[in-house]
Design a protein around this ligand. Structure first.
Ligand code: PHE
Ligand code: ZN
Length: 883
């Protein structure tokens, strides 16, 4: 039990700071077992708030050893200030003064990976959200923006590379082999964007000429053994820079842009001004070691962090409740970029699949919160799918409602109006409104209401009046702290299809003539009817195209309607959606039949859709692969009121096998044709072909004919890229061919043992394999020399993959999976609370399961909350989950 309850912080309590810090001068003296941090701050009273009165200056600080404090060069006695575990407090004598503070910190002992820490042999920092206070005493809040100058001093031999934000302005040598570099960042920024790196790194260099003709020095720093794995990140960076100029009119502002890859990192990457620090998994990519998926992730994360330079850095957040201001917008920007670089439809399908399986589950669970939360205990817990992914959906809806041009006018005004400021989500929406003369008052409920809205739609055709009416009913289930919800603005992109699948001309009853064949209807009421006139035949509506709003929509389609849409909807996204919905319906029906102990039979309509797909050589292979993929177990769990995970798993596997057997004859030639042994290429077309080929291999390996085994082994051995090799390994590991499986796994481990990111894949594949005994395998793998409880990537790839992707084994009825996870969380909490809190997610989903499992899951949560010295991170998630 905690003796002191952690404090809840409320948005409604926001106040401006008492003081500003115009200049921040930092000197880091780095040593093997400690670092000395000298800071000199120019502080000014916030006169708008206080007039002439001088309140105490209260600086944030944590885990710091305070060595000295001086006010305007007068060293203070320890009786002149107060220090506690969170702050340094002193009384200024004037409205403007210099404060010099020296602290000692222990980066090597910093296992939480927040503040200044060591990753392998290098020093690096992570300051978002509140990590800077672990480096020195400061006003560690995003509305305090300051100009930083940073000098880094270290041993030249071990740390030849010394980096910080901005431009390098001076450097030199000290006696005894130490050297120093001074960096100056001309742009005022909050402390969370501060960064420092020191290490023995190699440099990959390139350049970019901006739209105004300035030449930017581009640098990626990695450990020497990773030198060959940076080309894709560099290429992605240059394409991001060009894209942001073309699509958003945003030009880069410093003379140098740096990316550093580190192995120990809690998140994906961090947008520190001019010095992005990345989890190596989001930088390194080589065809031999990284899958196509990993390549796409590198491209997206490099773009995301680069785009933050404007959406996040030049214009930042006033307070952490506004986190989605930068994250929602920037996720939208990176997904627009990825859509432009790859297939737009496939990109959207992947995004929606992810949102539905994960963010919808968050919205339905105990941690549900609005895109702009009202309160939190630990801000680290609010780097969520809701803030990021749903936040991006909210901005995407604004884009849909305004159109591309209106949206751009709005973002231009936003960047223009707020450059150099720390602002709110309201300011963002206001800029879009002002630039377009729009009113988004009601729309802003998307920022304040949690939960996934339901949209029930019905259609009525009146043959004599030739009208077709769509009736929309919206509602939103209660979420913690929000029992009642008001109607939201739901943009529904739609068309009406005739019997040939052609889009019909659209004319609403209040319009004088038909215009266009696709519309965005803005549903704003709890119940609302839209009537189309001049509708010559009974149409089939194609609704919510491109997933134009993050809602759960229902329409009483028959299975035949879904087959028709899956084959004929001119909108690619909705073709996929129809095939998914058909598969969901069939799987849900079979789960019921299986639970009733009756024999399973596959609805031939699913086969019919799949057969048509396989026969159509005009389709994008990546799209076919997406359509052949059955809805995930996680999504089926999310859709269920009470999920029977054993039945879901059994039925889904059974359907996969039925499909494989029935379509084996069609799949073989297609697999062979795609397996053409051409030299590896990273092009979108080649990626699409690999995606379909490996989807087919997965099915073929399920056929009792056993014909695929040799081919799979051959693909594993002979593959000239990691995508194909890994797909073969996954198929083998999930098969019952024990001998081939064991051989492949040990061959793989031997070959890639010195590549941590490849070993991460090796761990995940085994942790996610659904055969019995998974927990024991995971426990054994924890003993493997490549595993470490100190490395977040390892924890995610082994423990995270087991708990999140291996649902049948994690939810074993004896509760062993739950106990294992709770033990790991308790073990990890003192080391790295952020990662410990993230690991809790699967236990927070207890409401989805039967009573016996609920009791077991809650028992583990109760055991965790009873532990001594729990971090606020874990405490917050567990206590909210038990309410
Ligand atoms: N701001 C980072 C991003 O979205 C994520 C991050 C948050 C990284 C907190 C580290 C710590 O790009
Ligand atoms: Zn971000």
């Amino acid at each position: 039990m905690r003796t002191e309850q952690p404090k809840t912080i409320y948005l409604k309590d926001y106040e401006q700071p008492d003081y500003w810090i115009s200049e921040t001068h930092l000197t880091f003296d780095l040593h093997d077992d400690h670092a000395l941090v000298h800071s000199r701050l120019s502080v000014q009273l916030n006169a708008d708030k206080h007039g002439q009165a001088l309140p105490a200056l209260v600086l944030d600080g944590q885990n710091l050893e305070l060595l000295s404090v001086a006010l305007d060069d007068q060293t203070l006695e320890s009786s002149d200030y107060q220090v506690d575990a969170h702050s340094l407090r002193l009384q200024p004598a004037s409205a403007s003064f210099d404060l010099a503070v020296t602290t000692r910190i222990k980066p090597r002992e910093n296992t939480a990976l927040e503040g200044l820490y060591q990753s392998g042999a290098m020093f690096c920092t992570q300051c978002e959200a509140e990590g800077f206070r672990k480096i020195t005493y400061y006003l560690d809040r995003p509305d305090v923006m300051s100009r930083f100058t940073t000098t880094v001093i270290a041993e030249r031999g071990d740390y030849p590379v010394l980096l910080s934000n901005g431009n390098p302005v001076a450097s030199g040598e000290h006696e005894g082999g130490r050297h120093w570099v001074t960096w100056e960042d001309p742009f005022p920024k909050p402390a969370y964007l501060f960064a420092l790196v020191a290490g023995d790194l190699c440099l990959i260099q390139d350049s970019f000429t901006t739209m105004s003709g300035r030449e930017i020095d581009l640098r990626i720093y990695v450990e020497p053994e990773n030198r060959e794995q940076c080309a894709h990140a560099m290429d992605s960076l240059k394409r991001s820079m060009r894209w942001d100029e073309e699509v958003y009119g945003r030009e880069y502002d410093l003379d140098i842009f740096m990316i550093v890859a580190v192995n120990d990192f809690n998140m994906g990457a961090m947008e520190n001004k001019g010095l992005n620090i990345f989890n190596s998994s989001c930088v390194l990519a080589h065809a031999d070691t990284a899958t196509d998926l990993a390549f796409q992730r590198v491209e997206a994360v490099v773009a995301h962090e680069y785009f933050h330079n404007w959406s996040g850095n030049r214009v930042t957040c006033r307070d952490w409740f506004q986190l989605s201001l930068k994250e929602g917008f920037t996720v939208l920007r990176d997904s627009q970029f990825s859509a432009d670089m790859n297939s737009e439809t496939v990109n959207r399908i992947e995004g929606v699949t992810f949102l539905r399986a994960n963010q919808f589950a968050e919205d339905a669970g105990p941690m549900a919160h609005p895109v702009r939360p009202d309160s939190f205990i630990e801000i680290s817990n609010f780097y969520t799918l809701t803030v990021y992914e749903k936040g991006a959906e909210v901005v995407r809806m604004l884009h849909t409602l305004l159109g591309a041009e209106g949206f751009r006018k709005g973002t231009d005004l936003y960047f223009d109006r707020h450059d150099g400021q720390a602002v709110t989500c309201d300011d963002f929406v206001k800029a879009l409104e002002d630039a377009n003369g729009a009113d988004f008052t009601q729309f802003k409920r998307w920022y304040s209401q949690a939960g996934t809205p339901r949209l029930a739609v019905e259609g009525t055709y009146d043959a004599s009046a030739r009208t077709f009416s769509l009736l929309f009913r919206q509602s939103c289930p209660p979420t913690p702290g929000q029992s009642e919800k008001k109607p939201q603005v739901i943009p529904v992109r739609m068309a009406l299809l005739d019997a040939q699948g052609q889009e019909m001309p659209l004319q609403l009853s209040d319009e004088s003539r038909a215009e266009g064949t696709e519309r965005v209807l803005a549903v704003t009421e709890a119940e609302q009817i839209f009537t189309f006139t001049g509708v010559a035949e009974e149409p089939l509506p194609s609704l919510l195209r491109g997933f134009s709003a993050p809602v759960k929509m229902t329409y009483p389609y028959s299975r035949d309607d879904r087959v028709f849409l899956a084959k004929h909807d001119p909108d690619g996204f909705n073709r996929w959606e129809a095939s998914q919905a058909l598969a969901v319906e069939i799987l849900q029906g079979l789960v019921g039949i299986h639970r009733a102990g009756r024999p399973l039979m596959l609805d031939q309509r699913l086969l019919d859709v799949y057969r048509t797909l396989l026969a159509d050589s005009t389709l994008d292979p990546a799209m076919v692969a997406e359509m052949l993929r059955l809805p995930s177990e996680a999504y089926l769990v999310e859709l269920a009121d009470v999920a029977d995970i054993d039945a879901i798993h059994y039925v889904r596997d059974w359907v996969r096998q039925e499909l494989a057997v029935a379509l084996e004859a069609e799949m073989w030639p297609l697999y062979q044709a795609l397996n053409d042994q051409v030299p590896y290429s990273p092009s979108a077309a080649a990626v699409a072909r690999r995606s379909l080929k490996n989807t087919l291999l997965g099915y073929l390996m399920l056929c009792p004919s056993g014909k695929a085994l040799d081919i799979c082994v051959r693909q594993f051995v002979e593959a000239n890229n990691m995508t194909d090799r890994q797909a073969a390994l996954v198929a083998l590991v999930n098969s019952s061919h024990e001998e081939q499986k064991r051989a492949a796994l040990s061959d793989f481990a031997e070959r890639w043992q010195s590549f941590p990111l490849v070993m991460d894949q090796w761990f995940s594949i085994q942790a996610a394999a659904s055969q019995p005994g998974a927990l024991q395998r995971v426990q054994e793998l924890m003993q493997h020399p490549a595993f470490s409880m100190r490395n977040p990537n390892k924890i995610r790839s082994l423990i995270g993959a087991f708990a999140n992707q291996n649902l049948v084994n994690f939810h074993l009825a004896d509760g062993s999976g739950y106990r294992f996870l709770a033990d790991r969380i308790l073990q990890l909490d003192p080391l790295n609370p952020q990662i410990a809190a993230r690991l809790l997610t699967p236990l927070t989903r207890w409401r989805k399961y039967d009573e016996a499992r609920q009791a077991l899951m809650k028992a583990e949560l109760s055991r965790i909350i009873a532990a001594e010295n729990l971090s606020p991170d874990v405490y917050e998630v567990v206590s909210k989950s038990l309410v």
